[in-house]
Write a protein that binds this ligand. Structure first.
Ligand SMILES: *Cc1c(COP(=O)(O)O)cnc(C)c1O
Length: 423
């Protein structure tokens, strides 16, 4: 459920008309609903209420300070994958003891920063990383809490670019080598093994791969404990999918996922950690865009909109589907079947093909739904298009939470080499 609904045939974010935002801030612009964001967080939290887990929002899904501050106020922790994301999470008020650090390529500098901050745990993905972390922690006279990200070798049955739990993926350490690795942690100075971590992919629409992976994790934890390791946390990652297409069967609800987790892990006496990203933010945001032209091609109609693949990369990158809706609803409108494309000079700059839509014209506003996760965070300035603006709505108020970059700011990031500067 979200808070983007028509009122008097005008699409609103909560109580604010999207026409108002377009007029004040311009387009393209991401618009987030504060109520949807907090609702999703609470629904997920309540799915496991009995287990009182730590919910670490995956910052890579949406790292805007306003989004993180909203979730911090709800009690969320953070899952970060870089020093920059860690800085963002801390600055937004998420306490270090609720932050976990994931990612396959943490550098010594990033580890040092995280140790200084006092984060909850490092999710370690390789032996060389373990050795560097041991060296950094020893030098700082600290002990780094470590969970090994195990690769359970299950097929998440999702898009290849967001599948991470198969043996051939770059993520984690094979579950068959876990004994050796935990023995190594015990032997290295400056490290303490406190948990086990798993994350098998993103946009999963079936509980079976999760269940398969979690059963494997339970066996591992029992085995590690029998070997004397004090395993206190299990980090189950993120990955639960969200509905992107209104007419399709929706993925499992958080409550169903929660029940499965309780069935599989309920009596293990371990603190559970989750790292949901998309589930919290995905349907809490839309991308508001204006039609520039309606172009009739050879037997084909195109809507050229002012948002492009630099603002929203998901369709080009993952063949992702986003539903389109006009901001002004006209139930009597003639229908069109059209491709929705951006202005960038790439065929990949296509948001939708052969989509049915009420007929629109240049100047009309539309939204793409489900853009709150992996949207603005992936934006770029390709084609010298300024970084996209972001707005948050709360009730009848709205606030710009990232102003649109000016062209002056964008271009002045470049500098000429000294030999080009004539004095
Ligand atoms: C991307 C990622 C997540 C979040 O995935 P969602 O599908 O957005 O829930 C969680 N943990 C790790 C390690 C990730 O890489």
């Amino acid at each position: 459920m979200d808070h983007f609904t028509y009122k008097n045939d005008i699409l609103h974010a909560e109580d604010v008309a999207l026409t108002t935002i377009a007029q004040a801030v311009g387009t393209p612009v991401y618009v987030y609903s504060h109520a949807t964001l907090t609702r999703h967080y609470r629904v997920f939290r309540d799915a496991f209420k009995a287990l009182n887990p730590l919910i670490c929002f995956a910052v890579k899904a949406n790292s805007n300070q306003a989004v993180l501050a909203t979730l911090a106020r709800e009690g969320a922790g953070a899952d970060v994958v870089s020093k920059g994301e860690l800085m963002r999470a801390l600055r937004a008020g998420i306490p270090a003891e609720k932050i976990v650090f994931s990612g396959v390529g943490k550098t010594a500098d990033e580890m040092e920063y995280a140790l200084k901050a006092g984060i909850k745990q490092f999710n370690v993905e390789s032996e060389p990383e373990l050795e560097v972390l041991s060296a950094v922690a020893t030098r700082m006279e600290q002990t780094a809490p470590v969970s090994i990200r195990v690769n359970p070798d299950v097929d998440a049955k999702t898009h290849a670019k967001i599948s991470t739990g198969k043996a051939e993926n770059k993520f984690g350490i094979s579950w068959t080598r876990v004994d050796e690795i935990y023995a190594k942690i015990a032997a290295l100075p400056g490290l303490v093994a406190t948990g086990v971590d798993v994350h098998i992919g993103s946009q999963l629409t079936d509980l079976a791969p999760f269940r398969e992976a979690f059963i494997r994790v339970v066996d591992l934890v029992k085995h590690l404990r029998a070997n004397g390791h004090d395993i206190r946390h299990i980090d189950l990652g993120g990955g639960l999918g969200i509905p992107y297409v209104a007419e399709e069967k929706a993925p499992p609800l958080p409550a169903e996922y929660g029940q499965m987790v309780i069935d599989v892990l309920g009596d293990l006496d371990c603190e559970l950690i989750f790292e949901p990203g998309r589930l919290i933010a995905g349907n809490a945001g839309v991308l508001l865009t204006e039609v520039i032209y309606r172009k009739e091609g050879e037997g084909k109609t195109f809507y050229i909109v002012d948002a492009a693949m630099n603002d929203l990369a998901r369709p080009a990158m993952y063949d992702a589907h986003h539903d389109f809706f006009p901001v002004k609803r006209d139930t009597d409108a003639e229908m069109d079947v059209a491709d929705f494309v951006g202005p960038i000079c790439e065929s990949g700059d296509t948001f939708a093909k052969g989509r049915k839509t009420p007929r629109l014209q240049g100047g009309d506003l539309m939204i793409m739904k489900s853009c709150g996760a992996y949207g603005a965070v992936m934006s770029s300035t390709y084609n010298t298009r300024p970084l996209v603006a972001e707005v948050m709505v709360k009730g009848d108020q709205y606030a710009v939470i990232r102003p649109r970059q000016s062209l002056e700011e964008l271009i002045s990031l470049d500098c000429l080499p000294h030999w080009e500067i004539v004095s």
